[in-house]
Design a protein around this ligand. Structure first.
Ligand SMILES: *Cc1c(COP(=O)(O)O)cnc(C)c1O
Length: 351
């Protein structure tokens, strides 16, 4: 196996998917972007195996990648853009549900594709997309000629105040027009409570749909083991030069060439969520792209993360290993830490 491989314990992974599905009311798996490291087609097939009614994609262009493998409804999460021809074309697709985030788009969609299936999004404290509560009264008259599938909320990740916000916005939406409520980032227990609470005494629970991405696909890290392959090993002496940039080797040891580079997302970190000054200082001081000196790599050899000799190349990396460590053999697989939402593996294989 050359390249970067995701060693997947498929039984364990599927057991986790099933556990999350069983515990999540109205689960809607999300398959978008790089398919959380697995690819969109693979996630679509897994979602089909779970027997869920709907799958969510991010962009209109991603519908084609999932529609053959997944037989149910396909929700597009990104706001409808009237200027996007693909988004307009998909309005007429009976399996596609489009998310509307502006009042004027309701009329645009009704005129372009009468009977189109739509969700209407409410603006949350994330302040990303959606209608304000003060606009809700204008929605019902504009739903004529559309197939209204529900209200949708995209809540922030912080726990504090999240439930109260979901309840406040959910109540405002449902009193405008009863319909299913689509949510993300609210724990299953809170979704169930919310559904009962919004239904009110005497009425049944409100139908809810919970979108889940990261927690579903990447929630059981023990089932996922990314590895790289040792491609070459060269003995070096302190002061000798190596690499594109002819860096000085810092000591006697080995240059270990491993698969995995920028094309796999290695050395390209997503921005950190460093919130205070100290965290920011640490992030600056240790960021792999702070490549003036040596930088710590995500590759583990003999139980420790090893240093890059120089920044990663496109598909491989050169690491420095000190002399006291027994070097790996060509062909060995070594662990590599990958953030699977920002990386691309060459293959997925049994663990
Ligand atoms: C991406 C996305 C999700 C899934 O997010 P995760 O953090 O990966 O679970 C849910 N809802 C919306 C609207 C999204 O865009």
């Amino acid at each position: 196996m050359t390249g970067v491989t995701l060693r997947l314990d498929r039984d364990r992974w599927r057991e986790h998917l099933r556990t999350v599905a069983d515990a999540t009311p109205g689960m809607v798996p999300v398959a978008k972007g790089n398919g959380y490291g697995f690819g969109l087609d693979r996630l679509a097939a897994e979602a089909a195996g779970l027997g869920v009614a709907a799958l969510a994609v991010g962009m209109p262009g991603e519908v084609a990648a999932v529609r053959d493998a997944f037989p149910g409804d396909l929700v597009i999460l990104m706001p409808f853009d009237a200027q996007d021809p693909e988004a307009r074309r998909l309005l007429a697709d009976p399996r596609v549900i489009t998310t509307l985030t502006r009042l004027e788009d309701l009329a645009v969609v009704r005129d372009a594709a009468p009977g189109a299936r739509v969700l209407v999004e409410l603006l949350t404290s994330m302040r990303r997309h959606g209608l304000g509560v003060e606009q809700l009264a204008d929605v019902p008259p504009r739903l004529n000629g559309l197939r209204f599938e529900g209200w949708t909320l995209h809540l922030p990740l912080l726990d504090e105040g999240r439930y109260a916000e979901a309840e406040r916005l959910g109540r405002a939406a449902l009193s405008t027009c009863p319909a299913p409520l689509w949510l993300s980032h609210l724990p299953a227990a809170e979704v169930s409570t919310l559904s009962r609470q919004l239904g009110g005494a005497g009425a049944g629970p409100v139908p809810v749909r919970s979108r889940v991405g990261t927690r579903l696909w990447l929630g059981d890290t023990a089932a996922l083991r990314p590895t790289a392959t040792v491609l070459d090993v060269h003995p070096v002496r302190r002061g000798e030069r190596a690499g594109y940039r002819q860096r000085l080797c810092p000591a006697d040891g080995w240059i270990v060439v491993v698969s995995g580079g920028t094309a796999h997302g290695i050395g390209l970190e997503a921005p950190t969520a460093a919130v205070n000054l100290r965290q920011r200082a640490i992030a600056l001081a240790t960021g792999p792209l702070e490549a003036a000196g040596l930088a710590l790599s995500p590759f583990t050899i003999a139980g420790r993360k090893r240093w890059f000799l120089e920044p990663p190349h496109m598909q491989s990396s050169q690491l420095f290993l000190p002399r006291r460590v027994t070097p790996p053999k060509v062909g060995d697989e070594v662990p590599v830490e990958l953030r699977l939402t920002t990386s691309a593996v060459d293959s997925i294989a049994a663990a």
